[in-house]
Write a protein that binds this ligand. Structure first.
Ligand SMILES: [Ca+2]
Ligand SMILES: [Ca+2]
Ligand SMILES: [Ca+2]
Ligand SMILES: [Ca+2]
Length: 256
């Protein structure tokens, strides 16, 4: 093997000075949030933070930074978080990360026109936080859009659902609890955050929707506490455009 080109240390064909991730191979140079830092090395890939500051853990508790930037760190005082998965839906090849049908990748988004289900391969997280950015959403009667952080979002797992009725649901499928609140008026862009925690005595799923400057959330208790789960994107009677999906995970020590 020849020595690496010092002008292109990651060998992706983009010279260091022009590479938005000079140490990570990313020939596509995709930059979802347009902050000048490429997706593959951005510590908040969907929230512009050109400074990449990751300082809250040290400031609050004297802990090490965790690699999740201040701008998107949902647990700013604790340092065991990480960006586990990021889907920009910029390239059709990302469809290969999912099992299922109905979604298509078009114009930098995953698009549904009615019924669609995608499930990604499992990821471990005692805390798993999945954030979907939604650029367009409309329903036919009875329609809903579900983001699951564990399971397929249809038969199994825990999930958050937006309904044509204006409701936001937090639920554990397969016979678990469902809690419901009213969502804010849905005027895209919409952010849907799914927070599943199986740490401590009260495992739960929290669903939080932000749209047009308003935020609502609802929480449901969980019975099933497996720490490994799929992420799923399920549309039923929903014309939607999901522009990105980020999975943050927090891992806790296991007894030997
Ligand atoms: Ca690069
Ligand atoms: Ca970026
Ligand atoms: Ca952090
Ligand atoms: Ca943190």
């Amino acid at each position: 093997m020849p020595d690496a080109n010092p002008d292109d240390v990651d060998g992706d064909g983009v010279v260091n000075a022009q590479d938005n991730c000079p140490r990570f191979t990313n020939a596509d140079q995709h930059d979802e949030d347009g902050d000048g830092v490429g997706d593959i090395c951005d510590n908040c890939p969907t929230i512009a933070n050109a400074d990449q500051a990751d300082t809250t853990e040290a400031a609050i508790n004297g802990q090490f930074p965790d690699g999740v930037g201040n701008a998107c760190d949902q647990r700013p005082s604790v340092s065991n978080d990480n960006v586990a998965r990021f889907y920009s839906f910029a390239s059709a090849a990302q469809a290969g990360s999912f099992i299922g049908s109905g979604w298509t990748i078009d114009a930098d988004a995953a698009v549904s026109t009615g019924t669609a289900m995608w499930r990604a391969s499992p990821e471990r997280g005692e805390i798993a936080i999945l954030v979907a950015e939604i650029g367009a959403l409309s329903f036919t009667a009875g329609g809903e859009l579900t983001i699951a952080v564990d399971g397929d979002g249809i038969q199994s797992g825990s999930a958050c659902t937006l309904r044509d009725t204006g409701e936001l649901l937090a639920r554990e499928l397969a016979g678990g609890a469902t809690m419901t609140t009213s969502a804010p008026a849905l005027a895209p862009p919409i952010t849907l955050l799914v927070w599943r925690s199986v740490v401590g005595a009260s495992p739960s799923i929290t669903c939080r929707v932000t749209s047009a400057g308003e935020t609502r959330s609802v929480e449901a208790p969980l019975v099933e506490t497996t720490t490994v789960g799929n992420q799923a994107l399920v549309a039923a009677g929903a014309v939607s455009s999901v522009t990105s999906l980020v999975l943050y995970t927090s891992l806790f020590p296991h007894p030997p």
